[in-house]
Design a protein around this ligand. Structure first.
Ligand SMILES: Cc1cc2nc3c(=O)[nH]c(=O)nc-3n(C[C@H](O)[C@H](O)[C@H](O)COP(=O)(O)O)c2cc1C
Ligand code: SF4
Length: 401
């Protein structure tokens, strides 16, 4: 396959993952991005020293850009109450964070989104929004069906949050269009059976995702880079299909609203392990929930947390379809852990790679890979870091000698 050479590389060469590259208006020192991993260290929904340290570590460890996970654009769009949401009060802390990361030479992206049906209404003490309303298995509460006015507000809230990201001296925002969070729930024909302008045909289901991306671009222009994390497929029967997602990606490309796409898959609501592959940490997960959910998880957990075999670059096959159909720079995610995987991604035309778990295990992995290309990751994709999002996200294996 012919490599699509991202902007800035001489034609005819496969880019070196360790060389600088442009992401929209931003110059990154290499092509390795720390993917968002919700940090669980913001008890007052504001930046803490622990959050800054969480991002300083992979930045000092050699990534080009670290992604602050999930900064909600509205209070009801948080997956839990102790989650950062974008408001003027958050600005001083965000400025401290960007300054600390910039000191290492790395850039900062803020992941912006609205969790929709993945929001925990019980914890937020606010009803979650979803396309249809109805009982929510995550919060054991009823979701509220989002009205067109709600959706207009959410679209505007993305633009306001992006402006705050500019004010905080962030280098990029990543718009969350995956995992059946609000925009992704609207894309899903399974979750969105509305008959108004936000449901039914694909252009209607994509109205929220495309609208919020346009609003963000209108707000920030090219002052910072804009990426979107888009589900290639939901991995559930009746969910977003790869062909539909490809069309959404084409529209995003035509709109010029994003500088790159991070390609993801799966549903935090219906099939979380499709995102991750590897072992399902059911026992550790159940332990984090109060009794009714714990019992529910223990009985129904195997179907909810259905395990999928892990393999390196496990999203590559689907992502190739996007690479073949689009000119937009693409970020390959999912099982990137070593130099061989990074080189393969570059050879196949991806502009960047994003890594999540391997950097939780070893935040300095990029630096060590740069020193020795044969460096192997110690991450064993056991997924025991997943339930730590409730108590301060970490790799529990780090503590095991
Ligand atoms: C503990 C943990 C928390 C995560 N939190 C987020 C999140 O807040 N937002 C998001 O888009 N993805 C989140 N993810 C998914 C990762 O960004 C990534 O898509 C996934 O782990 C696959 O990449 P990997 O194989 O490099 O780990 C999380 C993953 C883990 C392990
Ligand atoms: S717990 Fe540690 S070793 Fe296991 S998947 Fe998470 S980062 Fe990797």
């Amino acid at each position: 396959m012919t490599a699509v050479i991202p902007p800035g590389e001489p034609a005819g060469t496969v880019p070196d993952v360790l060389h600088p590259a442009r992401l929209g208006p931003v110059r990154l020192r290499n092509r390795i991005i720390k993917a968002a991993t919700f940090e669980g260290v913001t008890p007052d929904a504001l930046v803490t020293d622990a959050l800054i340290e969480y991002h300083r570590r992979p930045a000092a460890g050699g990534v080009a850009m670290t992604t602050v996970a999930y900064c909600a654009v509205a209070p009801e769009g948080r997956t839990q109450r102790a989650q950062l949401w974008m408001r003027p009060e958050a600005l001083p802390g965000l400025r401290r964070l960007t300054a600390a990361v910039h000191e290492t030479g790395a850039a900062v992206a803020l992941q912006l989104g609205h969790a929709g049906p993945v929001a925990n209404a019980r914890s937020n003490q606010l009803p979650a929004l979803s396309p249809m309303g109805g009982f929510n298995p995550v919060s054991l509460r009823r979701d509220r069906a989002a009205t067109p006015e709600d959706l207009d507000r959410v679209i505007r809230a993305h633009a306001t949050a992006a402006q705050l990201a500019v004010d905080a001296q962030a280098d990029a925002v990543e718009l969350h269009l995956g995992h059946n969070y609000l925009a992704s729930a609207f894309l899903s024909p399974r979750l969105n059976r509305r008959t108004d302008a936000f449901g039914g045909s694909l252009p209607h289901r994509a109205r929220l995702a495309l609208g919020l991306a346009r609003a963000v671009r209108e707000q920030v222009g090219d002052r910072i880079a804009i990426t979107a994390k888009l589900n290639m497929a939901d991995g559930v029967r009746g969910g977003l299909s790869l062909d539909d997602s490809l069309q959404v990606a084409r529209w995003l490309q035509e709109d010029g609203s994003v500088d790159a796409l991070t390609l993801t898959a799966g549903s935090s609501l219906l099939n979380p392990m499709y995102l991750f592959r590897g072992e399902a940490p059911l026992k550790e997960f159940a332990a984090q929930f109060p009794l009714p959910q714990r019992l529910g998880l223990r009985t129904l957990g195997r179907s909810f947390l259905r395990a999928y075999p892990y393999e390196p670059l496990y999203l590559l096959e689907q992502a190739r379809r996007f690479r073949a159909a689009l000119t937009l720079p693409l970020i390959l995610l999912g099982g990137v852990t070593d130099r061989a995987g990074m080189d393969r991604a570059m050879a196949e035309g991806f502009a960047f790679v994003a890594m999540a778990r391997a950097l939780l295990r070893e935040p300095d992995l990029p630096r060590r890979i740069a020193q020795d290309p044969a460096t192997r990751s110690l991450c064993i994709h056991c997924n025991r870091c997943m339930p730590t999002i409730y108590t301060g996200t970490r790799c529990p294996l780090i503590d095991i000698p």
